[in-house]
Design a protein around this ligand. Structure first.
Ligand SMILES: [Zn+2]
Length: 241
């Protein structure tokens, strides 16, 4: 079948214009695809009137917007920990086995492939969770600062300076940013590989220039980090268990 011309159409949703690249083919149904870069394509049956197609796209616009949000979201998976010896805990994308010891002083150390945790009350999961939480936080903060500075040094075209960084536990996201220029990163991000950490940082830094997830945002992200999709794919495999 010869190549059919593409038509650029679009729908409005929640104040946003979503461009749709439309193509006609010999087929019965109209199909809509939302791609990971946020672009939207539609294939319509040859001969179907344009008014009809636009009405159909308008009916599906909430769904289209939802798919686009889905692609950009990176939700950490829930964590169910028991804090007993033998259990696996992550750091920078690697698994370490927990070894709990009784000791008057609380201490956490990475030794080989083990997380050695010393607490006065080794039978209390809360005490171990707190000790590990403190360890993760104390490692996350300097590491995230360092990597944010590296990202800023690579993506000089962003022309960003004096970015404030906050690190805290977040339930539903790996990171976020405010229009005032504050980047917030989820403490749990320190459990993921370094190239994923850099991806989340770069994603948030790009948002300081383009606040939405428009094609302009993804163009900017690609310029700053050409392989962001691969890193995002790896991040989506992270199971914090
Ligand atoms: Zn985003």
């Amino acid at each position: 079948m010869p190549d059919m011309p593409r038509h650029n159409v679009g729908v409005e949703y929640a104040g946003e214009h979503i461009a749709v690249s439309l193509e006609f083919r010999e087929r019965k149904r109209l199909s809509i695809s939302v791609h990971p870069d946020g672009s939207v394509t539609a294939i319509a049956p040859a001969g179907r009137p344009m008014d009809d197609i636009l009405a159909h796209l308008r009916r599906r616009r909430a769904w289209i917007a939802k798919q686009r949000r889905h692609f950009e979201k990176y939700q950490p998976l829930p964590e169910e920990k028991r804090y007993v010896s033998g259990e696996t805990h992550m750091y920078l994308g690697r698994q370490y086995r927990l070894r709990v010891h009784r000791s008057d002083d609380t201490a956490v150390r990475l030794v080989g492939r083990f997380f050695n945790v010393c607490v006065p009350t080794p039978k209390q999961p809360r005490a171990i969770a707190d000790a590990l939480g403190t360890w993760y936080r104390s490692h996350a903060e300097p590491l995230f600062y360092d990597h944010m500075n590296r990202c800023l040094a690579t993506a000089t075209s962003l022309r960003l300076v004096d970015i404030q960084l906050r690190v805290r536990p977040m339930k539903r996201r790996w990171g976020s940013c405010s229009k005032a220029g504050v980047v917030t990163l989820n403490t749990d991000l320190v459990k993921t590989p370094l190239h994923c950490i850099d991806y989340v940082i770069m994603h948030e830094l790009c948002h300081l220039r383009v606040h939405d997830h428009s094609p302009a945002f993804f163009r900017l992200l690609r310029r700053c980090m050409p392989d962001w999709e691969r890193r995002k794919g790896r991040l989506e495999l992270v199971v914090l268990r």
